[in-house]
Write a protein of this length. Structure first.
Length: 221
């Protein structure tokens, strides 16, 4: 008898989680063993339950009731899980399908990337592929990751991985001191990164930074 694929389902919307849970639990190969509604909870539940596959949303806001430096969203959760367990298998399932997210997700160590517009059969196939140690990316995502594809339409293409992390934190309203503590940097270094981000994006201040983040669905208005 084949082993059941144990899944940790991460999404901040209970109704969305319930829908995906019904779909996945209807497949005899798959069992949802844990759920999480934030990046922080995802990390905790991962090491408590040790799933075969994590299905991770990206667009989760930071924990709304927490001002802790340990509050983070989906992308940072992937980095933390993979840093602590390089064998972790994470399948991203999100509404975000434009650059720079696919490239940053791959850099963070995810094994797959689907959008929430995917067909149910594709999600089931992706879970099985990722559980076997293979990768699975939606066709539209594969095209973005193609080295020959142009990403010039993305204003974030010039940002480094660290700059994009700091950009995301600034867009969510985190103060420099908190970002510095969270990322184990000095405030002076964070200020230097912020200056580079503003220069590369061609903006002038934090207000414009937030506007560009909202426009590209990095944070929600």
């Amino acid at each position: 008898m084949n082993n059941i694929i144990k899944v940790l389902l991460v999404d901040d919307h209970p109704v969305v989680r319930a829908g995906f849970q019904r779909l996945l639990d209807n497949d005899s190969r798959i069992s949802i063993i844990a759920e999480a509604s934030s990046g922080q909870e995802a990390v905790e539940k991962y090491f408590e339950s040790r799933p075969d596959v994590v299905i991770m949303d990206l667009s989760m806001p930071d924990d709304s009731n927490s001002k802790s430096i340990q509050s983070y969203g989906g992308l940072e959760a992937i980095r933390i899980i993979r840093a602590k367990d390089p064998a972790a298998r994470v399948l991203v399932l999100t509404v975000m399908e434009s650059e720079p997210f696919p490239a940053h997700v791959v850099q963070a160590g995810a094994s797959g990337y689907l959008t929430k517009r995917c067909a149910p059969d594709e999600l089931l196939k992706a879970v099985c592929e990722v559980s076997e140690g293979r990768t699975y990316f939606a066709e539209s995502i594969r095209n973005m990751l193609d080295p020959g594809a142009s990403d010039s339409s993305s204003p974030f293409a010039k940002l480094t991985k660290r700059e994009f992390q700091i950009f995301s934190c600034l867009a969510q309203g985190h103060p420099v001191a908190q970002i510095a503590e969270k990322m184990f940097l000095s405030p002076k270094t964070v200020h230097a990164h912020r200056a580079n981000i503003i220069r590369k994006l061609g903006i002038n201040n934090n207000s414009e930074l937030v506007h560009i983040a909202i426009r590209h669905n990095i944070v929600q208005a």
